[in-house]
Design a protein around this ligand. Structure first.
Ligand SMILES: [Ca+2]
Length: 282
């Protein structure tokens, strides 16, 4: 049995995980001019991953799973992120990416895997991506199935820098997404600078959209804009059938939210035919 299979079988065992990471960081080394994550302070805690499906309403299939960080006892993302010290930022971001890929491979994920990345934690795109790709190769996960989500909601967002990173990723053939679009800070700016494959509409637009004429109007404007730019829209945090139906009527086909499935710790929730019939009202 190979090293990777042993590691995967060992699953969440901390020692095996530490060995895997150590090997991976060692393999990529500490190349000039980056290697920030390899030089970063080691994390003094481990993380696990939860997965939430992104569904395609046209085919009623799972389009992708978004990986969401959790604590070892399933603690939420905020509790985990609160433990990350400044000097561990690069290492933490890389660890999350690697953990997402390794866990997805272990669970036999066939759909795409959507990974969040913090622009502030990417120092040099080419080196950062090398480590992520090395992880994918080691556990046999097809890197073409990776989607990178960049959030627009960070208050201090260095737009030219984000654009550099995203264009680098696009140039390598990865799918990219602007996350939390409509939450506030730089969404339109980002969209003017680059056109991702996916635009994820934030809760600020989605919540109670069925009862809100203004939100419907803004959202249909975004749908038209994105369509003409060749970006696909994904409505996230959809919680009610009424929200879903309004968004579906606008022509949106990709959805994520509690209406379909909550994030599940180290498992891949699907959507049953019964649930589809319920939300479609058929
Ligand atoms: Ca996200």
């Amino acid at each position: 049995m190979g090293y990777t299979s042993r590691m995967l079988q060992a699953g969440g065992k901390q020692e095996a995980w530490r060995m895997f990471l150590k090997g991976l960081f060692g393999e990529v080394g500490n190349p000039h001019p980056c290697g920030r994550c390899a030089g970063d302070a080691l994390l003094d805690f481990d993380v696990r991953m939860a997965f939430q499906p992104i569904v395609d309403a046209q085919t009623r299939t799972v389009y992708a799973y978004e990986a969401l960080v959790r604590g070892m006892n399933g603690e939420g993302a905020n509790a985990v992120i609160a433990r990350v010290r400044r000097e561990q930022l690069y290492r933490f971001d890389q660890t999350c990416r690697v953990k997402a890929i390794v866990t997805a491979a272990r669970l036999g994920m066939k759909a795409r895997l959507s990974i969040n990345f913090a622009p502030n934690a990417v120092y040099e795109p080419a080196t950062c991506i090398r480590l992520t790709l090395a992880a994918a190769e080691r556990c046999g996960f097809d890197p073409k199935k990776l989607i990178f989500e960049v959030t627009e909601s960070e208050r201090i967002l260095d737009v030219p820098r984000v654009v550099t990173i995203i264009k680098d990723y696009q140039g390598r053939g990865f799918l990219t997404a602007i996350d939390d679009f409509g939450a506030g800070y730089a969404g339109l700016n980002l969209l003017a600078e680059f056109q991702p494959d996916l635009v994820k509409l934030d809760m600020a637009l989605i919540r109670d959209i069925d009862e809100d004429r203004v939100r419907r109007s803004i959202t249909s404007g975004i749908v038209v804009t994105c369509r003409s730019l060749g970006c696909q829209i994904l409505a996230e945090v959809v919680e009610t059938t009424a929200e879903y139906r309004v968004l579906r009527e606008m022509g949106i086909t990709l959805f994520q939210g509690y209406l379909f499935a909550k994030p599940a710790l180290e498992s891949l929730p699907g959507v049953s035919t019964e649930l589809w019939e319920q939300v479609e009202g058929s």
